[in-house]
Design a protein around this ligand. Structure first.
Ligand SMILES: [Zn+2]
Length: 418
């Protein structure tokens, strides 16, 4: 009797809902937008702020993973740096703490009284071996009496690339970090400052440290983040115009001393020199992610290409009015739901075999968009869902482009291809 009742109910529901039909978008189904809304010039494809992760749309901005390895430079007696199991453990903890600092990004101290939010920058490092032989962990030990040390004063060698030329591996796709020590003679000198210091040289970083087994592995985590900040395209913020309005010039105080100019609130920015270095401003995050989004950029080549294959757990759902301002690399399908309106204004990479589904009552606006698959594979295209008289709509404003489709669509080209 119970089963019979459910059967009637199911039949009843089917009769009440119009049939859903799905069409693959064709050129003639795309309409020109009659009254295009002006796009904020501060949020175009080249603007840093266009790349601040949009936390209101889950998985629209995905975490970027930077491939990294660590080289411990030591002398032939193997007593000036971490070695063996200790070194392997230290490298893993160093990266763990550096990633933790990024994820727990703090609000900027400066300018005093600012209300700028502290966003999760959504990037992190992962140890990456060159060889997938199960032995290579991306942690290397080198014993070289002439190249193991770092000098950043007097007879400086910090800017020299000899250690990189000799020991770097895969630095076209892996960020090579050379964990070096200040020369023992330098450390003994009263005039030499053997504090943590570093330099970014292309896709390589040299860190100058002092070796003390009692030191915790978080000690140089912020130094590592600072140098990676340089590799990702950030400048120092205290003394130069770094292109960001939210990182004011400042006296670059290491700590608050109570003496002018280092009294009161001092900078905590990652790209200034201070004890914290735990704040990355929204603009700095945007700048990093913009560089990561540029085709063929040095920064993009260091990333794991997680946007090639479709992960349905990372599908994106648009339920209200949104704009994709900067270039994005989705890792799942894109659904425009009833009441949702999405404007795409830059490059958008869709993973292999993924689709954009515009549901009844949903609206997609291609406004200077290039939608493609960044990995040279096909994606399935845009699908329109119809339910009776109600169907998803696609408009275009500025010339746009759909690429990497098995069945090509052309309506207008010459779009924004950042
Ligand atoms: Zn620096």
């Amino acid at each position: 009797m119970v089963k019979y009742s459910v059967g009637i109910l199911v039949l009843f529901l089917f009769q009440c809902h119009p049939k859903m039909e799905i069409y693959l978008l064709k050129s003639e189904m795309i309409q020109k937008l009659n009254n295009p809304t002006e796009i904020n010039p501060d949020l175009n494809c080249l603007s840093n702020l266009s790349y601040v992760p949009d936390t209101s749309v889950v998985f629209a901005d995905t975490k970027k993973i930077i491939r990294m390895n660590i080289h411990f430079m030591n002398n032939s007696r193997r007593n000036e740096n971490y070695d063996g199991e200790k070194g392997i453990e230290y490298a893993k903890y160093l990266i763990y703490h550096a990633n933790r600092k990024l994820a727990f990004n703090k609000k900027m101290n400066l300018p005093i009284g600012n209300n700028n939010p502290a966003y999760n920058p959504l990037y992190e490092y992962v140890l990456t071996p060159l060889k997938k032989d199960g032995v290579d962990e991306g942690i290397y030990f080198h014993y070289d009496d002439s190249l193991y040390y770092y000098i950043n004063e007097g007879k400086r060698n910090n800017y020299k690339r000899d250690v990189i030329n000799k020991y770097a591996v895969g630095n076209d796709t892996i960020l090579n970090v050379f964990y070096m020590v200040h020369h023992p003679d330098s450390i003994r000198s009263n005039t030499y400052s053997a504090s943590g210091s570093g330099i970014a040289l292309g896709t390589n970083i040299k860190l100058g440290t002092t070796y003390n087994q009692k030191d915790d592995p978080w000690l140089y985590a912020s130094l590592l983040n600072h140098e990676v900040g340089h590799v990702m395209g950030l400048n120092h913020s205290w003394n130069t115009n770094d292109g960001c309005d939210d990182t004011p010039l400042n006296p670059n105080c290491w700590a608050s001393t109570g003496i002018d100019p280092c009294d009161g609130i001092i900078s905590n920015n990652m790209m200034d020199y201070n004890t914290n270095q735990h704040a990355i401003s929204p603009c700095q995050i945007g700048k990093i992610r913009k560089n990561m989004s540029k085709a063929n950029s040095l920064q993009r080549k260091l990333l794991q290409k997680r946007w090639c294959k479709t992960d349905v757990h990372k599908d994106v759902f648009i339920r209200d009015k949104k704009t994709f301002h900067g270039a994005k690399d989705l890792e799942g399908n894109l659904h425009i739901m009833e009441g949702g309106e999405l404007r795409i204004t830059c490059r958008l990479s869709m993973p292999e075999n993924s689709e954009i589904i515009v549901n009844p009552g949903g609206l997609l606006i291609l406004d200077g968009a290039t939608i493609h698959n960044d990995c040279g594979k096909f994606w399935k295209g845009i699908k329109i869902v119809r339910s009776g008289k109600n169907f998803g709509k696609v408009y275009y404003g500025k010339p746009s482009n759909l690429e990497n489709l098995e069945i090509p669509i052309s309506f207008e080209t010459e779009s924004n291809k950042l």
